[in-house]
Design a protein. Structure first.
Length: 559
């Protein structure tokens, strides 16, 4: 059985893959166990990694570093591709308040760290390591270690201290964010279903994504005889309202741009809630008649854009109403729903809600592709191209006045920013950045599992030793303060005074700590993309602030 012993305790590639697989499998199984309705979720992988590392079942450090960084890249890249279409809208609507709250969490962590340094007498390298671990921010640890090398009297032993503080603080850093989410949820008795519904209402009220519909009866004589395009033009070019069906003379017909409206007609309109109210005031009254419940030749069907030669064309260029007698009422892109304005350019994977006769919809479907099977096959070249571009951006040194070492977005920030931008663009030449939801989910889960397994294995060999001997438990308690105090204060302010939606708040807390496991935990109890969108909204600024904070604390406290 020497082969088995070599496989378990050796240093071969097979050994490394086996250990990673065992840590992942047992950790995920542990995460599924629930006590009083609460489980560790994806964070279970971190703790099985610590356990394996403690008993000497580690792997080659270089392989471990590769698994950690590659897993992190896969996770943040898939998150960026997912949230890209809704990111800029979120930034426009609530980017400033969310980023101010995230900056408050970073500043709060710095203040607590400085208090620990001066009041508890913790050495600066250890304090900065606690700061990085308690906020689960590996790039800030790397920045602090780099800054230490520029400090007079630097020694090799000094370089080990931040990493040790990081290892002790990191586990509770992950738990602390999740604990804050659970405490806020319990304290405010939050119903997740109601929060998701409230979020949809907020989005509709803000004219974003989620659309409303209304049946209106024409009563205003000034509207009699107007064309559909003329009526909608009066609402403004950015109104985002579409009229899909008209009941005229007892028959339902498709609302084409040149269709004329008459008094007594009932029509179905789709768009933002406030714009529909303005249309009602202009046209007449709301009608109790539901046109979708009346049998007719007119039907509504989803058409998926899968033909690549269609990608990049605008709704106006396609001119489906005139060419096929079909009206597009909604576009869904990466979970974000919006009105198909004339200037909207279609992307691969867009889902269009088409209204018209069945044969007309079939013709439009053939033109757009409408092949779910073809769409389900992910394109691999764009994935690795995007990752490569992200690494280049993350490695680009950004000089900051007053800071001796340039700031970098790192292997986490670079791929995230690039993925958001590419997802927004849709395609560049022959490269299409669309990623099927199933493929995106697989990449994301594999990435976060690799990352957590590697972090646990790395810290496991010295974790228990640090706790049971020396000041390990004191360090952990102090790190818990760095984690919890800023999070709880900002979470309470956000919920009590700013009325931030709980799902958005969870993404904000995860993003402000640059913590993928916490985001994965938040995503486990909701199907909404709100946590991911909030995470991506605050992540870039937070990453820069945390890297700067770690460097500045070292340079200012040890000068």
């Amino acid at each position: 059985m020497s082969w088995l012993s070599e496989l378990i305790w050796g240093e071969s590639i097979a050994h490394a893959i086996l250990i990673l697989a065992l840590v992942a499998a047992t950790g995920l199984a542990l995460g599924h166990l629930r006590v009083a309705g609460v489980g560790l979720g994806i964070a279970g992988v971190l703790f099985t990694g610590l356990l394996f590392g403690h008993f000497g079942l580690g792997i080659n450090p270089e392989v471990l570093d590769f698994a950690r960084e590659f897993g992190l890249i896969l996770f943040v890249y898939s998150i960026g591709i997912q949230v890209g279409p809704g990111f800029f809208d979120s930034l426009r609507r609530q980017g400033l308040p969310l980023n101010l709250m995230a900056a408050g969490i970073v500043l709060g962590g710095v203040v607590v760290t400085l208090l620990i340094h001066f009041l508890a007498g913790i050495e600066t390298p250890i304090a900065v390591g606690l700061f990085s671990g308690a906020t689960t921010n590996t790039p800030s640890l790397a920045a602090a270690q780099q800054a230490l090398r520029d400090v007079p009297g630097f020694t090799t032993e000094m370089a080990k201290l931040p990493g040790l503080g990081y290892a002790v603080a990191y586990p509770f850093g992950v738990i602390g964010i999740i604990l804050t989410m659970l405490l806020v949820r319990a304290a405010f008795r939050i119903d997740l279903t109601r929060e998701a519904e409230a979020l949809k209402e907020e989005q509709a009220a803000g004219g974003r994504a989620s659309l409303a519909r209304i049946h209106l009866e024409v009563k205003n004589p000034d509207v009699d005889g107007q064309r559909v395009r003329e009526l909608l033009a009066q609402l403004g070019p950015e109104a985002g309202v579409v009229i899909s069906r008209i009941l005229h003379g007892g028959e339902i017909q498709v609302a084409l741009p040149d269709t004329r409206l008459h008094q007594g007609d009932v029509f179905l309109a789709v768009g933002p809630h406030d714009r529909l109210e303005a249309l009602r005031d202009q046209v007449g009254i709301e009608s109790p008649i539901d046109l979708t419940s009346i049998e007719s030749e007119i039907t509504a069907t989803r058409i998926i854009v899968t033909r690549k030669d269609i990608v990049g064309k605008s709704v106006a260029e396609l001119d489906l109403p005139e060419r096929h007698g079909v009206t597009i009422t909604r576009v869904t892109r990466a979970g974000v729903e919006f009105s198909p304005g004339p200037a909207v350019r279609l992307q691969l994977g867009d889902s269009l809600l088409a209204v018209g006769p069945r044969d007309a919809i079939e013709r439009a479907g053939r033109e757009l592709g409408n092949s779910a099977r073809e769409l389900g096959v992910p394109e691999i070249i764009p994935i690795f191209t995007g990752i490569a571009l992200g690494i280049l951006l993350g490695s680009w040194p950004i000089p900051v006045p007053g800071v001796p070492a340039p700031v970098k977005l790192g292997l986490a920030g670079g791929p995230l920013v690039v993925a958001i931008l590419l997802s927004r663009v849709g395609h560049i030449g022959p490269l299409f950045w669309y990623l099927p939801q199933s493929a995106n989910l697989v990449l994301r889960e594999i990435g976060i599992v690799l990352f957590l397994a590697a972090v646990g294995l790395r810290a496991g060999d010295r974790f228990v030793e640090t706790l049971v001997s020396g000041d390990g438990f004191i360090w952990m308690a102090l790190a818990a303060l760095i984690t919890l105090v800023p999070l709880l204060i900002v979470a309470l302010i956000g919920r009590l005074f700013l009325k931030v939606n709980y799902l958005t708040l969870c993404g904000l807390l995860s993003g402000s700590m640059t913590d993928p496991p916490a985001l994965a935990f938040a995503g486990s109890f909701t199907r909404s993309e709100a946590p991911s969108v909030a995470y991506a909204t605050v992540y870039p600024l937070t990453m820069i602030l945390r890297v700067l904070s770690a460097q500045l604390m070292v340079l200012l406290l040890m000068r």
